[in-house]
Design a protein around this ligand. Structure first.
Ligand SMILES: Nc1ncnc2c1ncn2[C@@H]1O[C@H](COP(=O)(O)OP(=O)(O)O)[C@@H](O)[C@H]1O
Ligand SMILES: [Mg+2]
Length: 325
C-alpha cells in the first residue's frame, strides 16, 4: 500500500523536501519519504546517492538545511531528544568495543541507557539469544567474525527496544551466509512490530526485505513503489543477448542504437526491454545479423530490480528510449 496516501498517525517517519549541502556541495535536493508504522522501507541507491546523509539527519546526528522530518511524530530539529529515544541506529561499520566481550558490550550499553540492572540483564540475555551470540557471549569481540560483529552491533542498537530502527547498509561486506542471517533477523524485527528504514545498494536486498522501496540517485528520489510495481515499470520481458567473443561488442551496441537497452561489456551482454513481445526482438536480431554480429546466447526473463535501477539511473539509455520500427 502506498505510504504517501496513509493517515499521519499511521506514519512512523515523514520526510518532506529534505535538503542538505556540505559547504557548497548540495547532496540532498529535496527528498520526500513516508514510512508506515510496522513496515520496512528500503532507501535504494548507489554509492554517494545521499543515503547515509539522510539517515544521519533522521537520527539527529546532522542538522538539515531545509525541509522537515518527523520521526515517531517528533521533529528531528526541535524535538531531537524525543527522536533519539525512539530510534535504534546501526551504521555501515560496527561500533562495538573490540576489547570487551559481546555480553559486556550489551551490559555496558544497558547501563548507559539507564535501564535497571535487572532489565539490562534480561535484555542482554534475550538479545544474545535472538542474535545467535550465546556461545560467543564471553569472548572478546575482536575474536568475532564480521557477521558476528554486525549482529552484535544491531543487538546493541535494540537494547532499549526502540520502535523505529535505522539500518545503514546492514549487509555490505558480509559473506552470503551472514547476509542471509541478517535478512532473517531484520524480517523478524519487523514481525515484532518495529518500523525499519534501511539503506542498501543491493536490489535483491530491497526486493527481499522491503514493503516499499524509494530509489535515490544524486540526492533525488527518482522512483518509488513496491518491488512488483517498480519491476513492471521497466516492461514485461527482458532479453539478455550474449555477444560472441569473436564479434565486436561496441559494434553490437551501435547496431541496436535507438532501442532501450543496457550494456554489460564485461559479460558481453546486451539487455533489451521487449515490451511488445517479439517485434522488438525480431528487429534487433535482424540488425545484429546485418552487422554480422554473432549471438552466443539468448535468454528471456522477467525484469529484476537491478534492471529497474539501471533503466532508471543510466542516463545514456534514456536517450535510446524510443521504439524502432
Ligand atoms: N562530511 C562530508 N563532507 C563533504 N562531503 C560529504 C560528506 N559526507 C558525505 N559527503 C558527500 O555527500 C554525498 C552523499 O554521501 P552519502 O550520504 O554518504 O551517500 P551514500 O551513503 O548514499 O553513499 C557524496 O558525494 C559524499 O562524497
Ligand atoms: Mg552510506
Amino acid at each position: 500500500m502506498d505510504p504517501r496516501q496513509s493517515n499521519a498517525a499511521d506514519n512512523a517517519i515523514v520526510v518532506r523536501n529534505l535538503q542538505k549541502s556540505y559547504k557548497d556541495f548540495k547532496v540532498l535536493h529535496g527528498i520526500d519519504i513516508t514510512v508506515r508504522r510496522g513496515s520496512i522501507l528500503a532507501l535504494l541507491g548507489p554509492n554517494g546517492a545521499g543515503k547515509t546523509t539522510t539517515i544521519r539527519i533522521l537520527s539527529t546526528l546532522l542538522p538539515p538545511d531545509g525541509g522537515e522530518a518527523q520521526v515517531n511524530g517528533f521533529d528531528v530539529v526541535n524535538q531531537a531528544c524525543d527522536v533519539r529515544s525512539s530510534i535504534g541506529l546501526t551504521g555501515q561499520f560496527a561500533a562495538v568495543d573490540e576489547y570487551l566481550t559481546g555480553e559486556e558490550n550489551l551490559l555496558m550499553l544497558g547501563r548507559l541507557y539507564r535501564l535497571s540492572q535487572a532489565d539490562t540483564r534480561r535484555r542482554t540475555r534475550e538479545l544474545l539469544e535472538q542474535f545467535d551470540l550465546v556461545d560467543a557471549a564471553r569472548r572478546p569481540v575482536r575474536t568475532y567474525s564480521g557477521g558476528m560483529k554486525r549482529r552484535l552491533d544491531l543487538a546493541m542498537s535494540l537494547i532499549a527496544a526502540p520502535p523505529i530502527i535505522f539500518l545503514d547498509e546492514p549487509t555490505t561486506g558480509l559473506d552470503p551466509r551472514s547476509r542471509l542471517s541478517m535478512w532473517n533477523l531484520i524480517k523478524e524485527l519487523a514481525r515484532g512490530g518495529a518500523t525499519i528504514l534501511l539503506t542498501t545498494q543491493y536490489m535483491d536486498e530491497a526486493d527481499f526485505l522491503a514493503d516499499w522501496i524509494v530509489v535515490i540517485d544524486e540526492g533525488k528520489v527518482i522512483a518509488e513503489g513496491d518491488a512488483n510495481s517498480l519491476k513492471s515499470r521497466v516492461g514485461a520481458d527482458h532479453v539478455d543477448l550474449t555477444i560472441s567473443a569473436d564479434s565486436n561488442f561496441a559494434l553490437a551496441q551501435q547496431a541496436v542504437d535507438g532501442v532501450q537497452f543496457q550494456a554489460n561489456p564485461e559479460q558481453r551482454i546486451l539487455t533489451i526491454a521487449a515490451n511488445d513481445g517479439v517485434t522488438t526482438l525480431r528487429n534487433i536480431l535482424r540488425r545484429l545479423d546485418e552487422a554480422q554480429i554473432e549471438i552466443e546466447g539468448l535468454n528471456m526473463r522477467r525484469p529484476t530490480l537491478d534492471d529497474v535501477f539501471l533503466f532508471l539511473t543510466d542516463n545514456g539509455s534514456h536517450e535510446h528510449a524510443k521504439e524502432i520500427n
